[in-house]
Design a protein around this ligand. Structure first.
Ligand SMILES: [Zn+2]
Length: 244
């Protein structure tokens, strides 16, 4: 097929636009934040699992504290009841028994109050651990939300860029004969780029350095002949830089 050198050179613009469109489309599908967002999602799962464990520890310690507090109330009630009975008891033997029990309850209450203080400290520690873990999760969530927003912006920008480049390509293609664009498009299905400059004896599409024999063959072709790269099959566009 034949094409004027000008039309052949216009194919380089088309190839350049196709390269930029492909890059913009790839960028739209692969925002740079995606890997970190996936990492953060996994990290958040792990942090939530740890939060569940820490909340369980806090709940266990709170239950233990409640149990001690109930025991304190029971012992205090019993000691008050014994003290009342001691006022009215007539038998000296019963009075001694009550006094002994009141003394024992006093010791028990003292021990329970120590346990209560210790349990309160343990609950506070567990609550602090839960709060620290929740803050970690909040930070992860916040970083993830920021990155997701940036990723969406990146996708929107890249998509808009690809669309604008698509319009630029249509404008360039409109200036090139249809048959030549069709030839280019057919090659573009399997060759990327489908047209490239022959510069200093090298195909700029596939970077193949053409042999002397290939160059001799290309030299024989008239300027309006469409020449293909013997390596990649793309259209080789000849200019004064071609080294022919
Ligand atoms: Zn090539």
């Amino acid at each position: 097929m034949n094409a004027t050198p000008e039309d052949q050179r216009a194919l380089l613009d088309l190839a350049d636009l196709d390269r930029r469109i492909a890059r913009a489309q790839h960028a739209a599908k692969n925002p740079p934040q995606a890997a970190r967002v996936i990492e953060l999602t996994a990290q958040r799962q792990e942090q939530l699992r740890e939060l569940t464990e820490l909340s369980g520890v806090r709940d266990d310690r709170a239950a233990e504290l409640s149990r001690i507090e109930s025991d304190v109330v029971l012992a205090e009630q019993r000691r008050a009841r014994d003290a009342d009975r001691l006022q009215t008891v007539t038998s000296p033997k019963d009075a001694v028994a009550l006094e002994q029990e009141i003394a024992a309850l006093g010791q028990r209450l003292s021990a329970l109050e120590d346990m209560q203080l210790e349990a309160m400290g343990a609950v506070e520690d567990a609550e602090a651990s839960v709060a620290t873990q929740q803050a970690l999760i909040d930070a992860t969530t916040s970083e993830g939300a920021d990155l997701s927003r940036h990723a969406k912006e990146h996708i929107a920008q890249s998509t808009a860029e690809a669309e604008q480049l698509g319009r630029d390509r249509a404008a360039v293609a409109a200036q090139i004969p249809d048959a030549l664009v069709s030839d280019y498009d057919r090659r573009a299905v399997r060759i990327f780029p489908a047209a490239a400059l022959l510069r200093a004896g090298t195909c700029e599409g596939c970077r193949m350095v053409l042999s002397g024999t290939d160059l001799t063959e290309i030299r024989r072709q008239p300027a309006d002949a469409l020449v293909s790269c013997p390596e990649c099959g793309g259209i080789l566009v000849r200019t004064e830089e071609s080294g022919l």
